[in-house]
Design a protein around this ligand. Structure first.
Ligand SMILES: C[S@@+](CC[C@H](N)C(=O)[O-])C[C@H]1O[C@@H](n2cnc3c(N)ncnc32)[C@H](O)[C@@H]1O
Length: 212
C-alpha cells in the first residue's frame, strides 16, 4: 500500500471518468485557470453515481460556486425522473454564472438558485432531502451538522468535501481553524450512532454518510 503514489492514483481515477460535454469541460478549464476549488470530475461523477443509486429526487447543496457540483446532481435528478436541486452560494455573480451553465446544459428546470448563507437557507427549507452536499467554508462545518441531520431523510446521504484538507487533517502540527473544524466535524459524525460513515480518499477526501 505504501508504494501507491497519491497524485498518480488521482490522475488514474480521473482518467476513468467518461468524457464530459463541452460546457462541463469549459467549467473544468475555468477552475484550472482560475484556481477555483470545484470538486472535479472524479468526485462529480461519484456524486452523480450516488444520486442515481438512491434514486435521489431532492438535493440541497451548501456552497455551490458556479455550479459544477450542481451539474452532476441535476443530471442524476433528471435521470431519476425529475425533482429539485437547490444551489446556494452567497456570491450573486456565481449564482448567475451557474444559472447560465445549467441552462446551456438543459438542466436549469430542476435547479433552484439561492443567493444566501447556505446553512441558514437549509434551515428555512422544507425538506426532508434525499441528499445534502456540503462544500462551504470549512470553519462552518461543525455547526452545519445538526441542521443537516434534521433536514435529511432517513436513508438519505450527506456528502461533504475536503475532509483531508490537502493533507492538513493528517498533520498533527496543523492547528489552523479550518483544519480543527474539519477534525471536529469528523469526530462529531463518526461518533454519532445515527450515521453510517465512510471517508473516500478521492481528490481532497469526501465523507459519504447515510442517516440511519
Ligand atoms: C468550494 S466552492 C464550491 C465549489 C462547488 N461545490 C463545486 O464543486 O463546483 C464554495 C463556494 O461557496 C461559497 N460559500 C462558502 N461558505 C458559504 C456559506 N456559508 N454560505 C454560502 N456560500 C458559501 C464560497 O464563497 C464559494 O463560492
Amino acid at each position: 500500500m505504501s508504494n501507491i503514489d497519491y497524485d498518480k492514483a488521482q490522475e488514474y481515477i480521473v482518467s476513468l471518468v467518461p468524457p464530459r460535454e463541452p460546457e462541463v469541460q469549459k467549467m473544468e478549464k475555468y477552475a484550472e485557470e482560475n484556481d477555483f476549488p470545484i470538486i472535479g470530475p472524479a468526485c462529480g461523477y461519484y456524486c452523480y453515481q450516488l444520486a442515481r443509486m438512491i434514486g435521489a429526487r431532492s438535493v440541497f447543496e451548501l456552497g455551490s460556486g458556479y455550479g459544477y457540483s450542481t451539474v452532476w446532481f441535476a443530471k442524476a435528478v433528471k435521470e431519476n425522473g425529475g425533482g429539485v436541486v437547490h444551489h446556494t452560494v452567497w456570491e450573486e455573480e456565481l449564482s448567475k454564472r451557474a444559472a447560465g451553465h445549467l441552462s446551456a446544459l438543459g438542466s436549469a428546470d430542476v435547479v433552484k438558485f439561492h443567493v444566501a448563507e447556505a446553512v441558514e437557507s437549509l434551515s428555512r427549507a422544507a425538506g426532508p432531502f434525499d441528499i445534502i452536499f456540503n462544500d462551504i467554508d470549512k470553519e462552518a462545518y461543525p455547526n452545519s451538522l445538526p441542521v443537516i441531520k434534521e433536514k435529511l431523510r432517513r436513508g438519505g446521504l450527506l456528502i461533504i468535501d475536503n475532509m483531508l484538507w490537502y493533507g492538513q487533517t493528517l498533520d498533527p502540527n496543523d492547528h489552523e481553524e479550518s483544519t480543527e473544524a474539519i477534525r471536529r466535524f469528523t469526530r462529531d459524525i463518526t461518533t454519532d450512532p445515527d450515521w453510517i460513515v465512510s471517508l473516500t480518499p478521492m481528490r481532497d477526501g469526501m465523507i459519504v454518510a447515510c442517516k440511519k
